[in-house]
Design a binder for this molecule. Sequence first.
Ligand SMILES: CC(C)(COP(=O)(O)OP(=O)(O)OC[C@H]1O[C@@H](n2cnc3c(N)ncnc32)[C@H](O)[C@@H]1OP(=O)(O)O)[C@@H](O)C(=O)NCCC(=O)NCCS
Length: 138
Amino acid sequence: MAAAQVELVERFPGPGDYCRLRAEAGMAPRTIEAARRGLPNTLYGVSLLHEGAVVGMGRVIGDGGCFFIVVDIAVVPALQGHGLGKRIMTALDAWLRANAPPSAVVSLAADGDAKYLYARFGFAETAPFSVNMEYQVG
Ligand SMILES: CC(C)(COP(=O)(O)OP(=O)(O)OC[C@H]1O[C@@H](n2cnc3c(N)ncnc32)[C@H](O)[C@@H]1OP(=O)(O)O)[C@@H](O)C(=O)NCCC(=O)NCCS
């Protein structure tokens, strides 16, 4: 697979591709039912396509005014390290700059070294003032 032949489209993957991509990228699984309920609530999302197959994704969720969260940033392992994560983040960043009003907070939880990618787009660590807290259902 060549990164140069990958196309970015302003459409988030459907539930099947979404669950597959999360698994392929080594991210914690989401059930197909959770994906069917959650994905329609995406504010803005993009997909990376290679010969018709979905090979990457990223999206923004939130209330559209006060809080925006960047989630589900993933590139299939065979194409990682070729600037595609940066392409996804560039698209989300452009949308956020055009659509998030002054005073809005844009946040994300960075897994491992992905924080270096997000730092390029203005994200700064909030610890020790605040730390990410979560629990998973079931
Ligand atoms: C994180 C991920 C989306 C990055 O995509 P990518 O296509 O590999 O990233 P890019 O090639 O666009 O790299 C962008 C920049 O971020 C940095 N970066 C990205 N991932 C990095 C990593 N794991 N370690 C160190 N730096 C990293 C790169 O150094 C690069 O900067 P450079 O241009 O100065 O070299 C991809 O590695 C991935 O899908 N990982 C598994 C799933 C995951 O962890 N998602 C993030 C959840 S928060």
